[in-house]
Design a protein. Structure first.
Length: 83
């Protein structure tokens, strides 16, 4: 039996072994697509509650009567155990 020289098929097979399976690539592409659509819809919808501000604001001095995200103005939220 004679030795066969390396053919282009053998290099293609080696390249296929290094690549991830097509199903994994499809799943990752679908995942990226799903997250990007979800982000776009969330950005278009805006805040979910009236008076909600973005994370770029700091402090409570917004002039609109907001408390700056603290929990001090919530009812039944006392500091301490004096019931």
């Amino acid at each position: 039996m004679a030795d066969t020289p390396l053919s282009p098929r053998s290099t293609g097979a080696a390249r296929r072994r290094l690549l991830p399976p097509p199903a994994l690539c499809g799943f990752l592409l679908l995942l990226v697509l799903l997250f990007s659509v979800s982000y776009a819809v969330g950005s278009a919808a805006g805040p979910v509650a009236p008076g909600m501000h973005g994370t770029g604001r700091t402090g409570g001095g917004d002039g609109g009567g907001g408390n700056g995200g603290g929990m001090d103005d919530m009812p039944a939220m006392s500091h301490g155990s004096g019931e």
